[in-house]
Design a protein around this ligand. Structure first.
Ligand code: M6R
Length: 359
């Protein structure tokens, strides 16, 4: 059942290129997103002026990527909130608001409560969900499936990256509806499964980083823009299965306090795929290096120049907007191998359940 892999998590990491193909299947044609496959009628989508994304954990991190993609491509303002906060807040819904819930299981109590709150207030709801027929899928007005297949490991991997792909399709589709289509990006999306497959065959060096990380007490993840959203997902994976204290920082925030924690040998994972702000992040890497950090980079090949990292993983992405799913792969494997080196129960981390159906 684990397909010859020692853990479900590794199986689920390795099958991502295939499930990405499933998530894209039938949803792209002639360099355009096939809008009717997105589960949201065009007549509704055209009235959307504002999106409120609600989700928990990894799905929340996918929502942060979704916000940036929708805002950059479709120019629709998006807010992202953790469902456990949203459900007890007093949201102000302007006309034209759509509440979008993201969930692998479709059974997360807080996410469901958020959708019910939106219903009570007469706001349309749209679910990005993996589990077909789940409560969230049934209770939301509109639904699009991520088609990741069953995810058994508690740590979410393939559910996350398929959420990223579906959110990218959605952003591109919404952009198209507004006359801002990006056929180039739609075409490039189709190359992601192949790029992911190639990368997964080249990540042996992640093991060395993991061996070193497995002996550390703390680790920091930094990035800007999409890379910051990815950093948040990277740190959650490490906490969740390797039980190492991890924090994600917007690279530019380091100086406002956290830099004080960097000492000799503190590992800092820097994600640098946002080409427009790469120079800025590189200078942040120099700053942590100057304080003795061990810097590890996940770097887009197009970003050249002298990047002062101790280890690096180079990734190929056709466009920075499509980098997140690719860059997630080494982050997932880093967490996986670190937990394995520490001898932890990778698929069933302590204190956690696969789906959080009670508060
Ligand atoms: O099923 P959901 O996507 O709603 O679950 C949300 C979170 O509980 C989940 O993503 C959790 O953070 C994962 N264990 C992270 O790997």
């Amino acid at each position: 059942e684990r397909g010859g892999y020692p853990h479900f998590m590794l199986k689920e990491i390795m099958e991502q290129p295939d499930v990405w193909s499933d998530a894209l299947l039938g949803r792209v044609q002639n360099q355009r997103v096939v809008w009717r496959e997105m589960g949201l009628p065009a007549s509704v989508a055209e009235t959307v002026r504002r999106i409120r994304i609600v989700a928990a954990g990894t799905a929340y991190h996918a929502g942060l990527v979704g916000k940036m993609l929708i805002e950059r491509l479709a120019r629709i303002p998006v807010e992202v909130e953790v469902a456990s906060e949203f459900r007890y807040s007093t949201p102000i819904f302007e006309p034209g608001t759509l509440v979008m819930a993201i969930s692998q299981s479709g059974e997360t109590a807080d996410t469901l409560a958020s959708v019910r709150l939106a219903h009570e207030l007469g706001v349309p709801t749209y679910a990005v969900v993996n589990q077909v027929g789940s409560t969230l899928a049934r209770e939301s007005d509109y639904v699009v499936y991520t088609h990741a297949g069953p995810e058994i490991a508690v740590a979410s991997t393939k559910a996350y990256t398929t959420q990223l792909l579906v959110l990218t399709l959605l952003a591109l589709g919404l952009a198209d509806l507004k006359g801002r289509g990006r056929p180039d990006l739609v075409q490039h999306l189709l190359s992601l499964p192949h790029i992911g497959q190639t990368l997964l065959g080249q990540l042996e060096s992640v093991r060395q980083m993991a061996e070193s990380l497995s002996l550390k007490r703390d680790v920091f993840y930094i990035g800007r823009g999409l890379d910051y959203a990815l950093a948040m997902e990277g740190q959650l994976k490490i906490k969740e299965i390797a039980y190492i204290h991890a924090e994600a920082y917007a690279a530019g925030e380091l100086k406002h306090g956290t830099l004080a924690l960097i000492e000799d040998g503190t590992p800092v994972v820097a994600i640098v795929t946002e080409r427009d702000v790469a120079e800025k992040t590189i200078s942040n890497i120099l700053e942590v290096k100057a304080r003795g950090a061990e810097a590890w980079g996940i770097l887009d090949r197009q970003i050249t120049g002298d990047i002062p990292v101790d280890h690096q993983i180079v990734i190929d992405t056709p466009d920075p907007l499509l980098a997140p799913a690719i860059a997630a792969l080494p982050l997932q494997l880093l967490a996986y191998w670190t937990a394995v080196f520490r001898g932890e129960d990778v698929d069933k981390p302590r204190n956690l359940a696969k789906s959080v159906t009670v508060e």
